[in-house]
Ligand binder design. Structure first.
Ligand code: ATP
Ligand code: MG
Length: 694
């Protein structure tokens, strides 16, 4: 039977359908800018996927559609969904997903566009991309060269320097303002920082590397350049953006430059879920969208929540309802349910881990897959105790956010070889590679790199170099490898295998656990084979690396069942049947690491809101009474005694099912009067213990 071409529209509610169909008329030019602003779980992402499908069904050219999402995973999900719907409606077997090629994050799309236009804007198309750690390394080198690190021990750390630089770039604010607002303790170094950043930019240029921020910065500049702008903007009839509340000023300016009138521009988001201001994102982008495109912008709000049960929604709405700002969206659901979200008091982080594992396994007993459950936390290291407990009880898990596969030194080694082959001027990569050889230290490495950058033929420069005696036996095979990979004599992905074979003896020489590391490299090789070229592989891996897993290989398990561990930031946009939020205590949410300003507190509240609204059926907020805080600013590490997060005050307790676990009286903190009494009694236990042996 002929499939009904628009069957998929029938499943949408009226508001969603209006958003999907708005301004799509194959005869007319794309309709004006569309904003979908709505609360969590109201189907924004789903509506966007349907809109893409609808575009394809109505005859839009998939190669001229640009879809920007928050992560590579989100882009893949959305592409799969949209093309499946469209293919079904069209009754076609054509590979729409292949044609819908321009999907991804702002950064990965930016990298692809920049390579295409590189020659026109003073870039070399073989540029490599520095991840944050590489950037920190480079800034460290530059800082050292300028003599800033020796000038004063109080000079900001490389990580802080980088954070300041990144914030200035992403917000477009003057350095002085950035320092005043976010880094007041670095105010006195303004002049030095300015010099540092100038030298850092120069170093990146001479080495032909870009950092994450550059991908946006160059794209924004390029899109505003009259000679290129028309061509660039003309490539896309439609630009669609998910999670718009977490874009920064640069990203908004890119959209503006690409679509000055907003024709064919769709953005969706939720101002109550803006959680990336620490990276320069600004909720103003979404709030000001209608006025920016006055009077053309069309706004759709969605009010029905399809994700969560009524008690979870009521509690989440109440938590965000106490924010200083007003979010004007009312969400409702018809998913009645008796179980309220649980607010579970446990003694400490150990008990917290046990509680979670206990409940997770219980749910699995009843048939709920591990994959349908997730544990969310504020910072990556908060899951340490839980990871141990999961390992002890043999529960497989995948961890999103936080420490990454790519941070492993052997993974970085192999990537460095590929990066250096791609771009011999990349000193961070080159430095790493040359020092893999025995007897080559930083001084020799620097001389090698100077020679390489002085010529256009890296392999020839290496060949001419007089290696130190200890490296002489390894030098010839090394030169041969570099000649092959730099000259692209070996095709991709066979090139990867060649690099691996060269690398293995070095691995064995330097690491005791060489065999596990070898397995990682092999896994990486199979991943590499799924990319069309070395350059695509490097770009994607640097921008959005694979997640860490409990599996030793470090590459996500594909078919098996596993529990999801994720930072709240990385959980954005996702949903699970059963959700645990760890450390629902003051000191963690809200964090006591910040400056404590009203804006920061509000962002922390939105963070809790994002976490809570991930849950479909069951939500557990776990409250350890004893919570370990690592705080360099305030007297180092310490334990704090917490009771509860300020975001769930007593007035909201009726919305929760408050429990203690295990069901014994919870620990209490020592009281001041109790301690005073003990001091008076002078109980000297140490002395008592000593007498045992007298
Ligand atoms: P978030 O703000 O967390 O990103 P969202 O607004 O993007 O959420 P979606 O993830 O698109 O929401 O949808 C939430 C859930 O509701 C999904 O499981 C989706 O399949 C379901 N859903 C959305 N619209 C409908 C609908 N019209 N009928 C049934 N289910 C729907
Ligand atoms: Mg979404």
């Amino acid at each position: 039977p002929q499939p009904d071409a628009t069957d998929y529209l029938a499943k949408l509610n009226d508001a969603q359908r209006a958003a999907v169909e708005y301004g799509i008329d194959p005869a007319a030019r794309p309709g004006g800018p569309l904003l979908v602003i709505a609360g969590a779980g109201s189907g924004k992402t789903s509506t966007l996927a349907h809109r893409v499908a609808h575009l394809l069904v109505k005859g839009a050219d998939p190669r001229r559609v640009l879809l920007l999402t928050f992560s590579r995973r989100a882009a893949q999900d959305m592409t799969r969904r949209a093309t499946r719907i469209a293919a079904q409606a069209l009754g076609t077997r054509a590979d729409l997903a292949q044609a819908l090629a321009w999907t991804g994050t702002f950064h990965s799309v930016g990298a692809r566009l920049l390579r295409e236009y590189a020659e026109l804007i003073g870039l070399s198309p073989v540029f490599t991309i520095n991840d944050r750690e590489d950037c920190a390394d480079l800034i460290h080198v530059v800082r050292h060269e300028l003599g800033l690190s020796v000038k004063s021990r109080r000079f900001p750390t490389k990580a802080t320097c980088l954070a300041i630089y990144s914030r200035a770039v992403n917000t477009g604010a003057p350095l002085a303002r950035v320092l005043d607002d976010a880094f007041p303790w670095c105010r006195e170094w303004e002049a030095e920082l300015r010099a540092l950043f100038a030298a850092y930019v120069a170093a990146k240029q001479s080495q032909n590397v870009l950092d994450y921020d550059d991908l946006l910065l160059y794209w924004a500049r390029m899109a505003a350049e009259p000679a290129i702008a028309a061509d660039l903007a003309g490539r896309f009839d439609h630009i669609l953006v998910d999670e718009y509340q977490d874009t920064n000023r640069l990203q908004a300016s890119i959209l503006f430059a690409m679509k000055p009138q907003g024709h064919g521009l769709t953005v969706v988001g939720d101002d109550a879920q803006s959680i990336y201001s620490f990276r320069g994102a600004t909720v103003r982008n979404i709030l000001d969208f209608p006025t920016q495109f006055e009077p053309n912008a069309h706004r759709v709000t969605l009010e029905r929540n399809y994700r969560s049960t009524a008690p979870i929604l009521a509690a989440s709405n109440a938590v965000i309802g106490l924010a200083a700002e007003r979010f004007t969206k009312d969400l409702w659901t018809d998913r009645a349910c008796a179980q309220r979200p649980r607010l579970v008091t446990v003694a400490g982080e150990l008990e917290q881990a046990r509680y979670v594992v206990e409940r997770v396994l219980e749910a699995r007993e009843t048939g709920m897959k591990l994959k349908a459950q997730a544990v969310l936390f504020r910072a990556a290291h908060h899951s340490a105790a839980l990871e141990l407990e999961l390992a002890r009880r043999n529960v497989p898990f995948v961890k999103f956010g936080g420490l990454r596969f790519l941070d492993a030194s052997h993974v970085k080694d192999v990537l460095a070889v590929l990066r250096w082959a791609q771009n011999p001027r990349d000193r961070v990569a080159g430095f790493r590679v040359v020092q893999l050889l025995p007897g080559v230290g930083p001084a020799t490495a620097a001389r090698v790199l100077d020679d390489v950058t002085a010529t256009h033929d890296a392999a020839a420069a290496l060949d001419a170099f007089e290696p130190p005696a200890r490296a002489s036996a390894d030098w010839a095979p090394f030169v041969e490898l570099m000649a092959d990979v730099c000259g692209a004599r070996t095709p991709w992905p066979a090139e990867f295998e060649q690099v691996r074979r060269w690398y293995e003896p070095h691995l064995e020489r330097n690491h005791e656990d060489a065999s596990t590391r070898q397995a990682d490299v092999l896994q990486m090789e199979s991943l590499a084979a799924t990319y069309a070229s070395r350059e695509r592989f490097l770009t994607e891996l640097t921008l959005d690396p694979p997640d860490a897993t409990s599996d030793e290989s470090g590459v996500p398990l594909v078919d098996e069942d596993y529990l999801i561990l994720s930072t709240i930031h990385s959980a954005k946009g996702q949903e699970w049947r059963n959700v645990f939020v760890l450390n629902g205590v003051d000191g963690c949410i809200p964090s006591d690491l910040g400056t404590g300003s009203q804006e920061e507190i509000d962002e922390e509240r939105r963070l809790l809101y994002v976490a809570m609204t991930r849950a479909k059926e069951d939500l557990h907020i776990v409250v350890p009474q004893r919570f370990y805080v690592h705080n360099q600013a305030q007297n180092g590490d310490r334990h704090v005694w917490a009771s509860r997060t300020r975001f769930i005050p007593a007035s909201l307790l009726p919305l929760f099912d408050a429990q203690a676990w295990p069901t014994v009286a919870p620990l209490t903190a020592p009281t001041a009067t109790g301690l005073a009494a003990a001091a008076k009694a002078r109980i000297d236990i140490a002395a008592q213990l000593k007498t045992m042996w007298d």
